[in-house]
Design a protein around this ligand. Structure first.
Ligand code: NDP
Ligand code: GDR
Length: 382
């Protein structure tokens, strides 16, 4: 028996621990006294930036945070880790999580995001842990896709609109099926978009806060976006991971929608981000011709933060970011989570944008100082 099991300390296993949610969840569970095991995949560069502050040297004894190499496409690794860790709770957060990329890599996305969930559920069965291990599946508002009802709740029919969403639909139902067939405590958190300074740079919110910061400091001229009319219900990842944990602490496994009940467009998100740095934008034109022009610059906390000028075009549409099938509008109804989990979103969108812009502006400032000192950084993510 492991020391953790002997001391009644709860043991969690997080797949996708190197991602945005994984990093927040690992820290949250460690603060709750859990022993946390995380699965990371091998990459040719370090991929642990988001969790480096939690890292514990393998030579230390009594470690509470332990990483294992594994992959959701590799059953052998999953069975071996589940057998070794004997987790009380598994949080399946690993996924190829980018909707647009899923059109480029549909088969891999199906394998990791769909069959990956099955592999983990089977690992629980193979190890005989059906009665012990609780399973959380990171489901998504993308399941609603071409929405059949506004707002969307637990009973709203699904209509997935991307290989990502179709793969996640398989994972959703296999989770329900293993709950019903084998009595495993398995549940789906149907989470609407949630963001943070740790968000991957190619998701639209982070792309915007990063680009606006760089434009303000003269490191970049323009932000190119796809569909700016898309509407999303955006929350803060920090608030949402607490719900992932709560879903596994109930007396019965159930599925829950987690959302803020407020919707904004991508265009509005750009306006919020720009205004954090004192930039007022005017949008003109339609579709591919739409542009965002600086109409005025004002001080923020007594300081001019933006170096761009009125008349500069800093936002343009690039159809390369359009998706073959788009999800135009998502708005969640989290009434069930409010009633049963005591859920209230803590962070508003303006607060979220402020936190993200502050973090990206700081990074851009460092890059700007390096550039001014004569060092050219070649860093152009979109
Ligand atoms: P991220 O993209 O930030 O993180 C995904 C994680 O999965 C990373 O750790 C990544 O590793 C890992 N991963 C990817 N493929 C594999 C694989 N084949 N085997 C093992 N690990 C893999 O996503 P988020 O943290 O934002 O989201 C967490 C989960 O929640 C995902 O499943 C996502 O689909 C889902 N979700 C997210 C929402 C959101 O708004 N953020 C909303 C609803 C659902 P690496 O770091 O090496 O790339
Ligand atoms: P989404 O998030 O597809 O909702 O999936 P993303 O931030 O990628 O897109 C949101 C909306 O913005 C539009 N958009 C752009 N998107 C990106 N990435 N880049 C652009 O340049 C751009 N311009 C406009 C998109 O078309 C879309 O309508 C996220 C992921 O975290 C999923 O894993 C998760 O399941 C869902 O949220 C809920």
């Amino acid at each position: 028996m492991s020391p953790a099991a002997a001391s009644n300390t709860k043991v969690a296993l997080i797949t996708g621990v190197t991602g945005q949610d994984g990093a927040y969840l690992a820290e949250f569970l460690l603060n709750k006294g859990y022993v946390v095991h995380g699965i990371k995949r091998r990459s040719s560069l370090f991929n642990t930036d988001r969790i480096d502050h939690l890292y514990q040297d393998p030579h230390e004894t009594g470690r509470k945070f332990i990483l294992h190499y594994g992959d959701l496409t590799d059953s052998t690794s999953l069975v071996r880790i589940v057998k070794q860790v004997q987790p009380d709770e598994i949080y399946n957060l690993a996924a190829q999580s980018h909707v647009a990329v899923s059109f480029e890599e549909p088969e891999y996305t199906a394998n990791a995001d769909g069959i990956g969930a099955l592999r983990l559920l089977e690992a629980i069965r193979i190890c005989g842990l059906e009665k012990k291990t609780r399973f959380y599946q990171a489901s998504t508002s993308e399941l609603y896709g071409l929405v059949q009802e506004i707002p969307q709740k637990e009973t709203t029919p699904f209509y997935p609109r991307s290989p990502y969403a179709v793969a996640k639909m398989y994972a959703y139902w296999i989770t329900v099926n293993y709950r019903e067939a084998y009595g495993i405590y398995a549940c789906n958190g149907v989470l609407f978009n949630h963001e943070s300074p740790l968000r991957g740079e190619t998701f639209v919110t982070r792309k915007i806060t990063r680009a606006i910061s760089r434009i303000a400091l003269g490191l970049q001229d323009c932000l190119h976006l796809g569909n700016m009319s898309a509407l999303r219900d955006w929350g803060h990842a920090r608030d949402y991971i607490e719900m992932q944990w709560l879903m596994l602490q109930q007396s019965q496994a159930e599925d829950f929608v987690i959302a803020t009940e407020i919707q904004y467009s991508v265009r509005q998100f750009v306006e919020f981000a720009a205004s954090e740095l004192g930039i007022t934008l005017e949008f003109t034109g339609k579709g591919e011709q739409e542009i965002g022009t600086v109409s005025s610059i004002h001080q923020v906390a007594g300081e001019v933060k933006a170096r761009c000028k009125p008349g500069d075009v800093i936002v343009r549409v690039d159809p390369r970011y359009y998706r073959p099938t788009e999800v135009e509008t998502l708005l969640g109804d989290p009434t069930k989570a409010m009633e049963k989990l005591g859920w209230t979103p803590k962070t508003t969108l303006p607060e979220l944008v402020r936190e993200m812009v502050a973090a990206d502006y700081l990074t851009a400032k460092k890059d700007s100082l390096i550039k001014l000192a004569g060092f050219q950084a070649f860093d152009h993510h979109e």
